[in-house]
Structure formats: C-alpha cells, structure tokens
Design a protein around this ligand. Structure first.
Ligand SMILES: [Ca+2]
Ligand SMILES: [Ca+2]
Ligand SMILES: [Ca+2]
Ligand SMILES: [Ca+2]
Length: 434
C-alpha cells in the first residue's frame, strides 16, 4: 500500500470564497489528544463543532474575520498539522436557453438577471417549495408559444367576456393596424414564466417554478373590466397580480391619482390584499414626477425601471427618448431592469417562435413579480406550508433591495434594485423576510 500523504501547514486563503467563522483542520494520531487539545482550544479561542467522516478531519468554529490568523495559530500550537478555510463551492448552472446571453443594444437577460441576483437565488431554493400562480392582467397570453406552453394555466378574457384569453390576433402581421399592443401580455408573461433551461428561446425569472394565469382586459381596459379580473384572480387561486399599466390622462400619458385612487379598482385591490394576494404595478413610462395608478395604490408594490448601466440608474429620456422615462415619486417602492428586455411574442404562421426586445416599466414589473414568485415558493418551503402575507412580502422586497443612487430611499429608484438572492436568503434572514 502506498504511504498516505498527510496534509501539513495552512492552505490558501487569498482570492477564494469560504464560510466565515469556520476552519477545517486535520490532526494526525500524534496530535495532542483530549485534555491537552481542550486547553489549546481554549487558549486559541476555537471550538470543535463536528468530526468529518474521514478520521482526523474536524470542523472548527473560530471568530469570523480571523480565520487565516487562527489557521496559522492552530498549526503553530501543534493542535493540528493542517488547517484550511471551509471553501465555498457554487453550481455551474447557467440556463442553456440560446437567447439568454444575446445582447440587444445595451441589455441581455444574463446581465439583467445578474443585477437582480436571480441565478444565485435559484441556487438558494430549498426543497419543498410551491408553484405560485401569477395573474397577468394584460392583453392576453399566447399560450401556444413553444417557450410558454408548459407554464400557462387557464384564465379568462374580461375584455371580450369569454373563456379564451388568447390575444386578439387580427392585426399581428399588420403594422398599420392601430391596435398593435397585443404582444404586450405575452411578453410580460414570458419574462415571468418562459420555460427555462429547455435549450429553447429565452429564460424566465421563475425558472419553471410559477404558473401564469392570463387575465385579458385589453382592449376594453376600463375600471369595471380590470376590477372583474382582479376579483376573478383572487377567487381562482392567484398568489400574485402583475399590472403593467396605468390609468391614462386625456393626453395619453399616466394620470396622477396619488391622492384620489380609482375607488372601483381600489376596492378590488383591497380585497386582494386582504385575501393574501400580492399585487405589483408599473410606475409609468412618461418621465412624470409621480407614480401612476394602480402603482400608487397603498395595496400595490410600485415598480420603476432602470437602464443597463452598472450600477443601474433610473431609465430616463436619454435612454428611452424624449418624453419617456420611468415615472418616479414618493410612492415608488423598487426598481428592476426595464431597458432592452427580451420577451416572447405572438406566434404566426411565418414565425412560430417569435421574440422581441422592449423597454418600459411594463417589463420591469414582471421581473419584480417573478422574483416575488420565487420568494413565495421559498417562504412556503422554509415555513413548511405557509405563504407570506402582502405586508411581509412588501417589507421583504423593499428591505432586500440593493440601494441605488443617493443613500437610502430616493424618489428615482425607491428602495433600489430588486434582489432575488437577498429575498431568498433563509440562512441569515438578514432582510427579515422569514
Ligand atoms: Ca377571447
Ligand atoms: Ca426557454
Ligand atoms: Ca403602491
Ligand atoms: Ca437610494
């Protein structure tokens, strides 16, 4: 038998990630035993917390920040022959969807998911999560898109009052048709729930964890229609509502309802809130110094949009063009990427699997809603079967956000960039989410 090489000394610390407050040591049978070891441990201020499976290998607790110093002292004292950090390993998982890394002008999914810590959040998911249902109150969803088909459940068309929430498609190949917004809901739905890691198209923030419930309210997008959609979603099991819309002024921009909400919608949102449904809404795209409605409602989380600079900044007219920019104000909660965002759109005979890039708070909001769905699933796993109420979820997305711009809350970026990895951190619960 080959003589076994026994490790000696202290291994590398610089440039490697490791667990704070821990060391792994190896002590041969010749090392101090029992009483002598105990007195050395006490003198050094270290504590053995576990024996590893291999004989001679132990896990020690040491003061955080002093790992390298104590590794040296442990070896110098003779307590052990070898000490190393408890190195950190990560999954080498990047979704294989071919458009995940495709850059359009300034943005890619990979970059934007990175701003929100989404890939790291996927790694943090505990077993036993649920599959939240995200109601997309919008122009309908093309549920036959090959990159969406598995993740869309039944919904309703409140605009036409029928059971089929497929977008109105009469105009999809006619760019001169005035009603050209039909792609919108499909794009929103795909940002949340496109099939991920299926070697096809794009990725979705929820990585196949959420269901999309299409709630079509356009083109007849009036208070009564939207209130019906909210009520129906609550009664049919939605956990989250995504509203990438604002009430419009007669000039076609968002109206300021910060002091007097639409009472019809407000009543429906209040009922949703009291039923445990978490609602998110877009702040608006018109560079206005107030948050549009329903984002300004006390029952919704208002989501603004950033550009793709690093660190990201509010998307303003220099990015989106004159007259456009992410609406801002005291009611803004958080921001998410909203510039050059990839989404799926409506298939046609000539293009059975289409995608496009767009900008707007409309696309920042589903990013945030998707992250919220990951949080709900994680909360369910961590608590073994319960769901976060809207108060807890709102506090979580705000406190876990990454501060941007001037320190603390500011009217341009609210509490900052949505951070999925922080929201899913059950290990330290540093943001009070659990
Ligand atoms: Ca229909
Ligand atoms: Ca895909
Ligand atoms: Ca709000
Ligand atoms: Ca700030």
């Amino acid at each position: 038998m080959e003589p076994k090489v026994e490790p000696e000394g202290v291994s590398r610390f610089d440039g490697l990630a490791y667990k704070p407050g821990e060391l792994i040591v190896y002590s041969s049978p010749l090392s101090p035993q029992s009483a002598e070891a105990a007195s050395l441990e006490a003198r050094l201020g270290v504590q053995k917390i576990a024996d590893l499976r291999e004989p001679g290998w132990h896990l020690y607790r040491v003061p955080a920040g002093k790992e390298e110093q104590l590794a040296q002292e442990i070896v110098a004292s003779g307590l052990a022959e070898y000490a190393q950090p408890n190195y950190s390993y990560k999954l080498l998982y990047t979704p294989n969807d071919p458009y995940y890394t495709t850059v359009d002008v300034t943005g890619s999914q990979e970059l934007q998911f990175g701003f929100m810590g989404v890939e790291n959040a996927w790694d943090e998911l505990l077993p036993g999560g649920c599959r939240p249902i995200v109601g997309v109150i919008d122009t309908g969803v093309a549920y036959d898109h090959p990159d969406l088909i598995e993740n869309v459940i039944g919904g309703y068309d409140f605009s036409d009052n029928d059971a089929d929430p497929y977008p109105d498609v009469s105009d999809i190949n006619n760019p001169n048709d005035s009603d050209t917004d039909n792609f919108h809901g499909t794009m929103v739905a795909s940002i949340i729930g496109a099939e991920t890691n299926n070697s096809q198209g794009m990725a979705g923030v929820t990585s196949n964890l959420a269901y999309i419930m299409p709630l079509k309210v356009f083109p007849n997008s009036y208070s009564s229609t939207i209130a019906s959609a909210i009520d129906w979603a609550v009664d049919n099991g939605a956990n989250i509502l995504n509203m990438s819309m604002c009430i419009q002024d007669t000039d076609g921009t968002c109206a300021d309802l910060t002091s007097s909400p639409d009472a019809t919608i407000e009543a429906a949102l209040e009922r949703a809130y009291n039923s445990g449904v978490i609602s998110l809404a877009a702040s608006g795209n018109y560079d206005q110094s107030f948050v549009g409605y329903p984002a300004s409602s006390q029952y919704t989380i208002a989501v603004g949009a950033t550009d793709n600079s690093n660190p990201p900044e509010r998307a303003d007219s220099t990015v989106w063009g004159t007259g456009y920019g992410s609406n801002y104000g005291d009611d803004l909660d958080v921001v998410a990427p909203g510039t050059d965002v990839l989404g799926a759109v409506i298939p046609s005979p000539t293009d059975p699997e289409p995608y496009m890039w767009g900008y707007g708070t409309s696309f920042a909001t589903p990013y945030a809603a998707g992250v919220m769905a990951l949080y709900i699933s994680q909360y369910y796993a961590y608590s073994q079967g319960s769901l976060p109420d809207p108060v807890t979820a709102t506090n979580c997305i705000r406190s876990a956000a990454e501060d941007l711009g001037t320190a603390g809350f500011d009217i341009y970026t609210g509490m900052g960039m949505v951070r999925a990895d922080n929201m899913l951190d059950t290990a330290t619960n540093a943001y009070g989410c659990y």
